[in-house]
Design a protein around this ligand. Sequence first.
Ligand code: SF4
Ligand code: SF4
Length: 295
Amino acid sequence: MKQIVIISGKGGTGKTIITGAFAALAKNKVMADCDVDAADLHLLLQPEIKKRYEFKSGETAVIDQNKCIQCGKCIEVCRFSAITENRKPQTAHRIIIDPISCEGCAFCSLVCPVGAIKMKENTSGEWFISETRFGSLVHAKLGIAEENSGKLVPLVRQKAKEIAEKQNCDWVIIDGAPGIGCPVIASLSGIDCALVVTEPTLSGLHDADRVISVAKHFGVSVKLVINKYDLNEQMAGKIEKYCQDNNIQLIGKVSFDKSVVKAMVEGKTIIEYSDGKAKKEINQIWDRLESDFEE
Ligand code: SF4
Ligand code: SF4
């Protein structure tokens, strides 16, 4: 079984379009959406949720107002200014913890002389096992203002891998997180191939270079796709040269094709939607990828 992740140096390069197309093309696979901060693979794959789980991560301090004697010690020790006094007229004088600012260090609970502060586990989001018209999909949704995708991504990947092993699949196809932060690093560990999608712009090349450096640092084999290459063929040429100079396989180029957007609007992959240029080119990329692993 091979695990491939589709990543990009920044969002909006067409990474999910390519992932969705691979989901339609690969014969025997499980999909994972590790772009948990802005998951959108479900828009193309229209999953039917079969199992739903809470994702718990970190702790937040909570005050029992009935026990609090308002001594203010917790305010003094909180380095994150998460605790304040409510002294508004006409409301009860209370010590309040802002759950967004609280970093869960638990210092306040240790200094409270009356044991009024308890640490409560956070529910940061949910993760799901779903069925799609192309097979199983593991995906997740973070709660508002939650930033624990560095922990959620390995969970989503692990569950997708377990399902793929159980179903005897040949592929785990992963929509990775954009950028170079914690979630993308978590998307890369133990991967057989990272497919980097970029656009023919200077910033596209710069962002691709950064994410390629991260992938190489973790010893992951990298292949590159230039999406909408014909919008700036001169820049696409520079990216080709960059690939040659840095010994990176340019596995394909995809033309700008209006049917890609139309397919998205209809909740379909480009493979199902049209017989245009982009479909043929992505098809060729998948064939090359498959044959690279057969060699
Ligand atoms: S747990 Fe730490 S960060 Fe949160 S309120 Fe208490 S002292 Fe502040
Ligand atoms: S340390 Fe405990 S008793 Fe004192 S203000 Fe904070 S919560 Fe209330």
